[in-house]
Design a protein around this ligand. Sequence first.
Ligand SMILES: Cc1cc2nc3c(=O)[nH]c(=O)nc-3n(C[C@H](O)[C@H](O)[C@H](O)COP(=O)(O)OP(=O)(O)OC[C@H]3O[C@@H](n4cnc5c(N)ncnc54)[C@H](O)[C@@H]3O)c2cc1C
Length: 410
Amino acid sequence: MTNNTFDVVIVGGGMVGLACALALAQANFRIAVVESSTQEQQEITAACPFDTKVVAITRASENLFKNLGVWQKIEEARLCSYKNMKVWDSALDGAIAFSAMDFFERNLGHIVEQSIILWALQQALKEHINVTLMTGAKLGTLEILAEHVELNLVNGKQLKSLLIIGADGANSLVRQLCGIEIAGWEYEQSAIVATVEGEYSHEQTAYQRFASDGPLALLPLASSHHCSIVWTTSPEEAEVLCRETPERFAERLTRESHFVMGKMRLVGTRLAFPLRTQHVKQYAVSRCALIGDAAHTLHPLAGQGVNLGFLDVAALVNVVTEAKKKKRDIGTLNTLKRYERQRKTHNQIMIWMMEFFKRGFCSQSNIIQRLRNVGLNWVDRHTSIKQLFAKMALGTLGPIPPMARMRREA
Ligand SMILES: Cc1cc2nc3c(=O)[nH]c(=O)nc-3n(C[C@H](O)[C@H](O)[C@H](O)COP(=O)(O)OP(=O)(O)OC[C@H]3O[C@@H](n4cnc5c(N)ncnc54)[C@H](O)[C@@H]3O)c2cc1C
């Protein structure tokens, strides 16, 4: 094997690509990660400002990180476990409250800064000599041959592997070069993310207020008065909100959040993301598989996107490792179709569920508003139905690949 030949090349060193690299490295594959950005994450100390980009991490993702040996690093760096969730409708008086205690759980999930997840994965990867992390390296073209793939990077370097994994995000070049079709739609909504400080403590509660222009989420951070917000609204309104003075923005947020944390103050920058849903028609072709946002993106209202990506990782690594154990070629379509069968339907169901919530909660129709109100209050009185929603937040609804299950103590 030469130094440009690998078992697997992963294009994209975001959260999903790095998690996949670590899982494959631990299974003794020879890996290269091709990542276009050059930024190496720095260790976070308590004095560091909060990252504007955070994600709600489910129990299944927590289990995956535990099994990969990086959860302790993440926990020690900084996170907030949320024990309660309050969801309400701004049009009428429908509301649901969840508490982890009602379901005999220690929490309903964790809010983690993206930079901390990336840092923990990068640190763990440094311990593996079978991983080559190429930063500042961009994929240019690729050629799929019968027995291997050849990749040409923009910097002129050439790589060869049995399998290429596209973890290069929503606008995946790997997907385009492999001719994999994708279907989806724009929401005509943008989500503004920012860190804010409230007058009152968040008390480890994740708040979500639904309104016709989109949901507003307050996600608790490691400091008791700080939250990360995801404020969804029309693209025009998002532009206005991002241009407002910090004081005016905070005033509007205080009102829009119905004073649940009292008077708000903006801390740091605001970022806006246009929202869309998309899902590939195939997860794999011969010698290539897609994972994470390269395969699917969905509305962030229930914080599921990257969690589904981590489940893709667990399923794909399982399939590829099994193939290696049985001395089969890891890149054949036969092998990779097993991965697609495990993930496509589950991801499609989550996309439909998000669409159902998005349409239901954004509808201005009087009838739908009333139905929604009755529905919310009805669900709030029925623990068994609430348990289904809690399972969704915990990521334990549907099939979970072994690597994302809790490991039994020996
Ligand atoms: C407002 C908002 C809130 C969200 N909140 C949540 C949440 O609470 N919980 C949750 O689960 N999900 C959430 N998501 C979704 C989540 O952020 C994404 O699912 C996740 O970031 C996808 O990770 P990824 O690694 O698949 O892709 P990306 O993060 O997009 O990473 C792709 C990587 O590939 C690299 N790359 C791209 N092209 C190339 C190339 N040609 N060559 C080399 N490298 C390349 C990029 O530099 C990047 O590092 C949210 C999304 C939004 C917009």
